[in-house]
Design a protein around this ligand. Structure first.
Ligand SMILES: NC(=O)c1ccc[n+]([C@@H]2O[C@H](COP(=O)([O-])OP(=O)(O)OC[C@H]3O[C@@H](n4cnc5c(N)ncnc54)[C@H](O)[C@@H]3O)[C@@H](O)[C@H]2O)c1
Ligand SMILES: O=C(O)C(=O)C[C@@H](O)[C@H](O)[C@H](O)COP(=O)(O)O
Ligand SMILES: [Zn+2]
Length: 359
């Protein structure tokens, strides 16, 4: 079994990301990350029948329980986090307890948030089972829940003790979810690695076929990029905001459509295309690069045009984005492939024009 390890270098709070086949069943790969006696596995109704037993069989000797939540982005809520707190209380979880977050980004964000809050912070381990969670959400310690008013508006930075990405779990991932994960993979190339972007273009067929070697390479490169950014700027005072490329648009569409229509990765694909178009409109990026980005995303089976929404309502959502300062919009724009940048005071008329032209 070949395992790739990427380290997130955060000093005494640093942790490994382990990527490879069979990791969930190999408890020696993750049991050492558990420090106390109590363990709560947080998962959902889709993932539990597939993978919960694999994890539970590695928990002999611990006092453990599982919380199986309903599936979906619509359940990444404060109400669900209250369910986690109730389950921790029922377990008798003390400050040395550990949460195992077994699932996609929804479970990881929510369980991580509950871990950040319970008794003001307990350990958690990310066990991502979607491509998106393996390449992005399980790494870096952004945890949180949505409000009807906006995505991830309530949350905390809270790093996991380890990330255990068992690539075997991707075998059961539905096609649409797999492609949504590829959007965040493309993001790393788009924002900071033109060679990786070209590699993705050259390997699009292999990725569409879920070729194992191409997939592990894509996951490992993505995790190295994310780990590097997080180690340099954990709390998003600067560079980390670049990981939000496309997200101001994406979150506006996700919020406006009620967290049920677009998958996060799909919204990010659309958002990156809009951010690239806006950059080209503003004369900051070559239009040919914006077209290359849209072509790659479409070739990976992702949507590149948004659903019909009122531009004014979308801009209202954008005003509540976490990157904004002093009530002024700050967006991640683009100089072209591999070169993202933070831009303050983007002309709202230009944003409106892009949103209006998009559908
Ligand atoms: N914290 C971060 O840095 C960060 C980064 C990116 C995205 N996110 C968040 O992550 C969330 C999206 O995550 P996601 O795309 O993983 O969605 P998700 O968690 O909803 O999972 C996608 C779907 O796949 C199912 N599933 C999970 N693993 C499976 C498997 N192995 N086999 C079959 N089905 C499986 C889930 O039950 C769900 O229906 C969003 O809320 C987004 O905001 C957070
Ligand atoms: O880790 C980060 O930083 C990111 O921005 C990664 C994003 O892909 C992710 O969707 C994140 O949850 C967005 O964070 P937010 O601060 O915009 O809510
Ligand atoms: Zn994202």
């Amino acid at each position: 079994m070949s395992i790739v390890t990427v380290d997130v270098a955060l000093g005494t709070r640093g942790y490994p990301i382990r990527i490879g086949a069979g990791l969930l069943a190999d408890a020696s790969a993750w049991r050492t990350a558990i420090r106390g006696r109590h363990v709560l596995v947080v998962t959902n109704e889709v993932v539990a029948p597939l993978y919960l037993e694999r994890v539970q069989s590695g928990l002999q000797g611990f006092t453990h329980a599982a919380l199986v939540l309903p599936d979906g982005e619509a359940h990444k809520t404060l109400a669900s986090s209250a369910n986690v707190f109730d389950a921790l209380a029922a377990l008798g979880a003390t400050r040395d307890a550990t949460i195992l977050a077994l699932g996609g980004g929804v479970i990881g964000d929510l369980a991580g948030f509950a871990a950040a809050c319970w008794m003001r912070g307990i350990d958690f381990v990310q066990m991502p089972t979607t491509l998106l969670a393996m390449v992005d959400s399980s790494v870096g310690g952004k945890t949180g829940v949505n409000l009807p008013a906006g995505k991830n508006l309530v949350g905390a930075f809270h790093q996991p003790r380890a990330v255990v990405a068992d690539t075997d779990t991707l075998a059961t991932l539905p096609d649409r979810e797999y492609r949504a994960g590829l959007a965040e993979v493309v993001k790393y190339g788009a924002i900071g690695d033109s060679d990786f972007f070209a590699w993705l273009e050259a390997n699009a067929d292999a990725l569409n076929a879920r070729d194992g070697a191409a997939l592990v390479e894509a996951i490992a490169v993505s995790c190295r990029h994310k780990a590097g950014v997080v180690a340099r700027d954990e709390h998003e005072h600067g560079e980390r905001a670049l990981l939000n490329f496309g997200h101001t648009f994406a979150h506006a569409y996700e919020t406006e459509t009620g967290y049920g229509t677009l998958l996060h990765g799909e919204a990010v694909a659309i958002g990156m295309v809009l951010a690239a178009q806006l950059s080209a409109d503003l004369g900051r990026a070559p239009r040919v690069d914006a077209e290359r980005l849209a072509t790659l995303l479409a070739g990976l089976g992702l949507p590149v045009a948004p659903p019909r929404c009122d531009p004014d309502r979308l801009i209202a959502h954008m005003r509540l984005d976490k990157k904004n300062l002093g009530g002024r919009l700050r967006l991640i724009l683009w100089r072209g492939i591999g070169r993202a940048e933070i831009v303050a005071d983007v002309d709202e008329a230009a944003i409106h024009a892009v949103l209006t032209a998009a559908h």
